[in-house]
Design a protein around this ligand. Sequence first.
Ligand SMILES: NC(=O)c1ccc[n+]([C@@H]2O[C@H](COP(=O)([O-])OP(=O)(O)OC[C@H]3O[C@@H](n4cnc5c(N)ncnc54)[C@H](OP(=O)(O)O)[C@@H]3O)[C@@H](O)[C@H]2O)c1
Length: 240
Amino acid sequence: MTEQTGARSVLITGGNRGIGLAIARSFLANRDKVAVTYRTKTELPDGILGVQADVTDAASIDAAFKTVEAAHGPVEVLVPNAGITKDTLLMRMSEDDFTSVIDTNLTGAFRVVQRATKGMMKLRKGRIVLISSVSGIYGAPGQVNYSASKAGLIGIARSITRELGGRGITANVIMPGIVLTEMFGEVSEEMKAKYLAGIPAGRFSSPEEIADVVRWLASDEAAYISGALIPVDGGGSMGH
Ligand SMILES: NC(=O)c1ccc[n+]([C@@H]2O[C@H](COP(=O)([O-])OP(=O)(O)OC[C@H]3O[C@@H](n4cnc5c(N)ncnc54)[C@H](OP(=O)(O)O)[C@@H]3O)[C@@H](O)[C@H]2O)c1
């Protein structure tokens, strides 16, 4: 494998915990210059720049980008990872349950992607790796809001690929299955057993297994992959 020399400015939203933090550590190990956004005060490993931002607030995103650009240069690798769930069955889902999840997971990704591509177009290179979910293509009971938000990321990646593919920018979508983080901690034991039964690998994923694929998609080796949906799910969504 060709290792990156590690001079790139990398930004991960929601990188203070869970999958985002594992992604940050992976790029750091690759000697990249890594920044993450966080909302609440947090401890970060040495070498990772934390910038406060809420992806539902365009002004805070712009301020975070300015800080990262001043410290590390224009963002060359962007990982829109910040996400929330508000699971409930359709009949009980309020309009706010729907729009707040869309605002964070989908419009939030749009906000950071739009801000980052300004710099990427000047650089004439860039890598965008959007963190979706198998729920975006497979669907899940209680996740009409979340599935819609994650499916929307596919449209973002594919339209960016068509708009900006000629400028050295790639945009891809990772679809994790079930990853052992705080987000999954909210799922009942009964549901966990049900999910596990549908995974050929017979286990859930670690955050690091997602992070490694993200880092590879942002590497030179993946320069000709764009607009792709990459499931990282132990085979759980095969055929969809
Ligand atoms: N875990 C899974 O099984 C799984 C499966 C498929 C896809 N995913 C996706 O993977 C991504 C990361 O999930 P995770 O499991 O690592 O979740 P997590 O542990 O709950 O972490 C979520 C991250 O998103 C941040 N965030 C949430 N709302 C935000 C906002 N408005 N502005 C800025 N940051 C915000 C959180 O920041 P704070 O700490 O400040 O709240 C946190 O850093 C999500 O997009 C999720 O949908 C997860």
